[in-house]
Design a binder for this molecule. Structure first.
Ligand code: ATR
Length: 276
Protein backbone atom coordinates (compact mmCIF):
# COMPACT_ATOMS: atom_id res chain seq x y z
CA UNK A 1 0.00 0.00 0.00
CA UNK A 2 1.39 3.39 -1.02
CA UNK A 3 0.77 6.30 1.36
CA UNK A 4 0.15 9.61 -0.40
CA UNK A 5 1.56 13.01 0.53
CA UNK A 6 1.76 16.39 -1.22
CA UNK A 7 3.08 19.90 -0.94
CA UNK A 8 0.37 22.53 -1.47
CA UNK A 9 1.24 26.07 -2.53
CA UNK A 10 0.63 28.80 -5.06
CA UNK A 11 3.01 28.90 -6.81
CA UNK A 12 4.35 25.41 -6.16
CA UNK A 13 6.09 24.40 -9.38
CA UNK A 14 9.46 25.44 -7.93
CA UNK A 15 9.17 23.23 -4.84
CA UNK A 16 11.96 20.74 -4.20
CA UNK A 17 9.94 18.97 -1.50
CA UNK A 18 8.96 16.01 -3.75
CA UNK A 19 12.66 15.36 -4.47
CA UNK A 20 13.53 15.59 -0.79
CA UNK A 21 10.75 13.30 0.46
CA UNK A 22 11.30 10.80 -2.34
CA UNK A 23 14.97 10.63 -1.36
CA UNK A 24 14.00 10.15 2.31
CA UNK A 25 11.53 7.40 1.37
CA UNK A 26 14.14 5.53 -0.72
CA UNK A 27 16.68 5.84 2.03
CA UNK A 28 14.33 4.50 4.73
CA UNK A 29 12.46 1.97 2.58
CA UNK A 30 9.09 3.71 2.90
CA UNK A 31 6.39 3.19 0.28
CA UNK A 32 5.09 6.71 -0.29
CA UNK A 33 4.16 9.01 -3.16
CA UNK A 34 4.69 12.78 -2.87
CA UNK A 35 3.30 15.27 -5.39
CA UNK A 36 3.01 19.03 -5.91
CA UNK A 37 -0.52 20.41 -5.63
CA UNK A 38 -1.27 23.88 -6.93
CA UNK A 39 -4.18 25.29 -4.94
CA UNK A 40 -6.33 28.19 -6.10
CA UNK A 41 -5.60 31.13 -3.78
CA UNK A 42 -9.16 31.16 -2.46
CA UNK A 43 -9.61 27.40 -2.16
CA UNK A 44 -6.84 26.09 0.07
CA UNK A 45 -9.22 24.33 2.49
CA UNK A 46 -11.04 22.66 -0.40
CA UNK A 47 -7.74 21.46 -1.88
CA UNK A 48 -6.70 19.95 1.47
CA UNK A 49 -10.05 18.25 2.05
CA UNK A 50 -10.08 16.75 -1.44
CA UNK A 51 -6.57 15.35 -1.04
CA UNK A 52 -7.59 13.92 2.34
CA UNK A 53 -10.81 12.41 0.98
CA UNK A 54 -8.88 10.88 -1.92
CA UNK A 55 -6.79 8.95 0.62
CA UNK A 56 -3.92 11.35 1.39
CA UNK A 57 -2.08 10.92 4.68
CA UNK A 58 -0.71 14.44 5.09
CA UNK A 59 0.59 17.55 3.35
CA UNK A 60 3.31 20.12 3.51
CA UNK A 61 2.18 23.70 3.04
CA UNK A 62 4.11 26.51 1.44
CA UNK A 63 3.56 30.14 0.39
CA UNK A 64 1.01 31.67 0.90
CA UNK A 65 -1.05 29.15 2.88
CA UNK A 66 0.84 28.54 6.13
CA UNK A 67 -1.47 30.70 8.24
CA UNK A 68 -4.59 29.22 6.68
CA UNK A 69 -3.18 25.73 7.23
CA UNK A 70 -2.94 26.57 10.91
CA UNK A 71 -6.53 27.81 10.98
CA UNK A 72 -8.14 24.81 9.30
CA UNK A 73 -6.48 22.25 11.61
CA UNK A 74 -8.31 20.62 14.53
CA UNK A 75 -5.22 20.23 16.73
CA UNK A 76 -1.84 21.98 16.87
CA UNK A 77 1.61 21.19 18.18
CA UNK A 78 3.03 23.70 20.63
CA UNK A 79 5.47 25.09 18.08
CA UNK A 80 2.66 25.60 15.56
CA UNK A 81 0.67 27.39 18.26
CA UNK A 82 3.59 29.71 18.95
CA UNK A 83 4.08 30.49 15.26
CA UNK A 84 0.33 30.64 14.50
CA UNK A 85 1.28 29.07 11.18
CA UNK A 86 1.74 25.50 9.93
CA UNK A 87 3.91 23.95 7.22
CA UNK A 88 2.93 20.33 7.94
CA UNK A 89 -0.50 18.73 8.32
CA UNK A 90 -1.13 15.15 9.41
CA UNK A 91 -4.49 13.58 8.66
CA UNK A 92 -5.45 11.50 11.70
CA UNK A 93 -8.56 9.62 12.82
CA UNK A 94 -9.30 12.49 15.17
CA UNK A 95 -8.89 15.29 12.62
CA UNK A 96 -6.09 17.34 11.13
CA UNK A 97 -2.97 17.92 13.25
CA UNK A 98 -0.91 21.01 12.36
CA UNK A 99 2.80 21.34 13.03
CA UNK A 100 5.42 23.90 12.10
CA UNK A 101 8.84 22.39 11.39
CA UNK A 102 10.43 25.50 9.84
CA UNK A 103 12.03 26.77 13.04
CA UNK A 104 13.41 23.37 13.96
CA UNK A 105 14.74 23.00 10.40
CA UNK A 106 16.59 26.29 10.67
CA UNK A 107 18.08 25.52 14.07
CA UNK A 108 19.19 22.01 13.07
CA UNK A 109 20.83 23.43 9.94
CA UNK A 110 22.64 26.10 11.97
CA UNK A 111 23.73 23.75 14.72
CA UNK A 112 24.46 20.45 12.98
CA UNK A 113 25.37 21.42 9.42
CA UNK A 114 26.94 24.85 9.91
CA UNK A 115 28.30 24.30 13.45
CA UNK A 116 26.89 27.66 14.53
CA UNK A 117 25.11 27.44 17.91
CA UNK A 118 23.10 30.55 18.78
CA UNK A 119 23.35 30.59 22.59
CA UNK A 120 24.71 33.92 23.84
CA UNK A 121 25.00 35.31 20.31
CA UNK A 122 23.53 38.53 18.95
CA UNK A 123 20.98 37.65 16.27
CA UNK A 124 19.49 40.01 13.69
CA UNK A 125 16.36 38.75 11.94
CA UNK A 126 15.52 40.67 8.74
CA UNK A 127 11.80 40.64 7.97
CA UNK A 128 8.63 40.45 10.03
CA UNK A 129 6.29 38.45 7.80
CA UNK A 130 5.13 34.86 8.09
CA UNK A 131 8.59 33.39 7.47
CA UNK A 132 10.13 35.45 10.28
CA UNK A 133 7.32 34.66 12.69
CA UNK A 134 7.60 30.95 11.94
CA UNK A 135 11.20 30.77 13.15
CA UNK A 136 11.06 33.25 16.04
CA UNK A 137 10.08 30.73 18.76
CA UNK A 138 12.90 28.37 17.79
CA UNK A 139 15.47 31.17 17.64
CA UNK A 140 14.52 32.40 21.12
CA UNK A 141 14.58 28.86 22.51
CA UNK A 142 18.32 28.82 21.69
CA UNK A 143 18.83 31.60 24.26
CA UNK A 144 20.66 34.22 22.19
CA UNK A 145 21.95 37.24 24.13
CA UNK A 146 19.63 39.41 22.04
CA UNK A 147 17.38 39.12 19.04
CA UNK A 148 16.64 42.20 16.95
CA UNK A 149 13.84 42.12 14.37
CA UNK A 150 14.41 44.68 11.61
CA UNK A 151 11.78 45.29 9.00
CA UNK A 152 11.06 47.80 6.21
CA UNK A 153 7.67 48.41 7.85
CA UNK A 154 8.66 49.07 11.44
CA UNK A 155 5.13 48.49 12.82
CA UNK A 156 5.21 44.83 11.74
CA UNK A 157 8.53 44.33 13.54
CA UNK A 158 6.98 45.84 16.68
CA UNK A 159 3.99 43.53 16.45
CA UNK A 160 6.34 40.53 16.38
CA UNK A 161 8.43 41.95 19.20
CA UNK A 162 5.38 42.41 21.42
CA UNK A 163 4.23 38.89 20.68
CA UNK A 164 7.55 37.23 21.58
CA UNK A 165 8.98 39.59 24.22
CA UNK A 166 8.11 37.19 27.05
CA UNK A 167 10.41 34.54 25.56
CA UNK A 168 13.65 36.52 25.52
CA UNK A 169 15.53 39.75 24.88
CA UNK A 170 13.73 40.90 21.71
CA UNK A 171 13.71 44.36 20.17
CA UNK A 172 12.37 45.80 16.93
CA UNK A 173 13.47 48.49 14.50
CA UNK A 174 13.67 49.42 10.84
CA UNK A 175 16.78 49.12 8.68
CA UNK A 176 17.93 52.71 9.27
CA UNK A 177 18.15 51.99 13.02
CA UNK A 178 20.82 49.33 12.43
CA UNK A 179 23.61 51.89 12.02
CA UNK A 180 26.44 51.26 14.53
CA UNK A 181 25.10 47.85 15.56
CA UNK A 182 26.89 44.53 15.05
CA UNK A 183 25.57 40.99 15.07
CA UNK A 184 27.01 37.47 15.23
CA UNK A 185 24.25 36.00 13.09
CA UNK A 186 22.12 37.84 10.51
CA UNK A 187 19.19 35.86 9.08
CA UNK A 188 17.28 37.09 6.05
CA UNK A 189 13.62 36.08 6.38
CA UNK A 190 12.32 38.69 3.93
CA UNK A 191 11.01 37.68 0.54
CA UNK A 192 13.87 39.56 -1.17
CA UNK A 193 15.72 36.26 -1.50
CA UNK A 194 12.99 35.23 -3.92
CA UNK A 195 12.40 38.55 -5.64
CA UNK A 196 16.06 39.44 -6.05
CA UNK A 197 15.60 42.88 -4.46
CA UNK A 198 18.22 44.55 -2.27
CA UNK A 199 17.77 45.67 1.31
CA UNK A 200 19.87 48.70 2.22
CA UNK A 201 21.91 47.67 5.24
CA UNK A 202 24.83 49.31 7.07
CA UNK A 203 28.32 48.24 5.91
CA UNK A 204 29.40 47.42 9.47
CA UNK A 205 26.60 45.00 10.41
CA UNK A 206 28.66 41.81 10.55
CA UNK A 207 30.76 41.14 13.66
CA UNK A 208 34.03 39.20 13.32
CA UNK A 209 33.25 35.49 12.91
CA UNK A 210 29.63 36.21 12.00
CA UNK A 211 27.26 34.07 9.94
CA UNK A 212 24.95 35.44 7.22
CA UNK A 213 22.00 33.13 6.52
CA UNK A 214 19.36 33.55 3.83
CA UNK A 215 16.26 31.40 4.19
CA UNK A 216 15.96 31.47 0.39
CA UNK A 217 18.15 29.25 -1.77
CA UNK A 218 19.20 29.13 -5.36
CA UNK A 219 22.00 28.41 -7.77
CA UNK A 220 23.43 31.88 -7.25
CA UNK A 221 23.89 33.75 -3.96
CA UNK A 222 20.94 36.03 -3.11
CA UNK A 223 21.50 39.81 -3.04
CA UNK A 224 21.67 39.62 0.77
CA UNK A 225 24.37 36.94 0.70
CA UNK A 226 26.33 38.87 -1.93
CA UNK A 227 26.19 41.92 0.35
CA UNK A 228 27.28 39.82 3.34
CA UNK A 229 30.21 38.33 1.40
CA UNK A 230 31.46 41.80 0.60
CA UNK A 231 30.96 43.24 4.09
CA UNK A 232 32.74 41.02 6.56
CA UNK A 233 30.52 38.00 7.18
CA UNK A 234 32.84 35.10 7.99
CA UNK A 235 30.39 32.46 6.77
CA UNK A 236 27.44 32.62 4.36
CA UNK A 237 24.69 30.02 3.94
CA UNK A 238 21.49 29.76 1.95
CA UNK A 239 18.29 28.00 3.04
CA UNK A 240 18.77 24.68 1.28
CA UNK A 241 19.85 23.01 4.51
CA UNK A 242 16.80 24.43 6.27
CA UNK A 243 14.56 23.10 3.50
CA UNK A 244 15.91 19.58 3.92
CA UNK A 245 15.93 19.69 7.73
CA UNK A 246 12.35 20.97 8.01
CA UNK A 247 11.34 18.20 5.58
CA UNK A 248 13.11 15.62 7.76
CA UNK A 249 11.10 16.85 10.75
CA UNK A 250 7.87 16.51 8.74
CA UNK A 251 8.91 13.04 7.52
CA UNK A 252 9.52 12.02 11.13
CA UNK A 253 6.08 13.26 12.14
CA UNK A 254 4.45 11.26 9.33
CA UNK A 255 6.57 8.11 9.26
CA UNK A 256 8.14 8.00 12.77
CA UNK A 257 11.55 7.62 11.12
CA UNK A 258 14.45 10.05 10.98
CA UNK A 259 16.16 10.16 7.56
CA UNK A 260 19.76 11.20 7.05
CA UNK A 261 19.88 14.70 5.64
CA UNK A 262 23.44 15.51 4.58
CA UNK A 263 23.42 13.25 1.54
CA UNK A 264 20.14 14.81 0.38
CA UNK A 265 21.48 18.35 0.88
CA UNK A 266 24.51 17.38 -1.19
CA UNK A 267 22.30 15.90 -3.92
CA UNK A 268 20.18 19.04 -4.19
CA UNK A 269 23.00 21.53 -4.03
CA UNK A 270 23.24 21.49 -7.82
CA UNK A 271 19.73 22.58 -8.86
CA UNK A 272 17.63 24.88 -6.71
CA UNK A 273 15.93 28.24 -7.03
CA UNK A 274 13.39 28.89 -4.30
CA UNK A 275 12.36 28.80 -0.67
CA UNK A 276 10.67 26.19 1.54
P1 ATR B 1 6.49 35.62 4.06
O1 ATR B 1 5.37 34.73 4.49
O2 ATR B 1 7.33 35.05 2.95
O3 ATR B 1 7.30 36.12 5.21
P2 ATR B 1 5.19 38.15 3.97
O4 ATR B 1 4.42 37.85 5.22
O5 ATR B 1 4.51 38.86 2.84
O6 ATR B 1 5.78 36.86 3.33
O7 ATR B 1 6.48 39.02 4.40
C1 ATR B 1 7.45 39.44 3.47
C2 ATR B 1 8.61 40.08 4.23
O8 ATR B 1 9.59 40.52 3.29
C3 ATR B 1 8.20 41.32 5.02
O9 ATR B 1 9.03 41.45 6.14
C4 ATR B 1 8.45 42.42 3.99
O10 ATR B 1 8.63 43.70 4.56
P3 ATR B 1 7.34 44.64 4.83
O11 ATR B 1 6.68 44.06 6.04
O12 ATR B 1 7.89 45.98 5.03
O13 ATR B 1 6.48 44.51 3.59
C5 ATR B 1 9.75 41.94 3.43
N1 ATR B 1 10.06 42.53 2.11
C6 ATR B 1 9.48 42.23 0.92
N2 ATR B 1 10.04 42.97 -0.07
C7 ATR B 1 10.99 43.73 0.52
C8 ATR B 1 11.93 44.71 0.03
N3 ATR B 1 12.01 45.03 -1.27
N4 ATR B 1 12.76 45.30 0.91
C9 ATR B 1 12.71 44.99 2.23
N5 ATR B 1 11.85 44.08 2.75
C10 ATR B 1 11.00 43.47 1.91
Amino acid sequence: MTDHYAVIGNPVAHSLSPLVHTAFAQQTGQNISYIKLLSPLTDFAVTVRKFQTDGGCGVNVTVPFKEEAFRIADRHTERAMLAQAANTLVFTDTGILADNTDGAGLIIDLRQNLYFPLAHRRILLLGAGGAARGVMPSLLAELPSRLVIANRTRARAHTLQERFAIYGNVSACDYADLQNQQFDCVINATSTGLSGEYITLPDTLFAPGSLAYDMAYGKDPTPFLRFAQGHGAAQCADGLGMLVEQAAEAFHLWRKLRPQTQTVIDQLRSNSSNRA
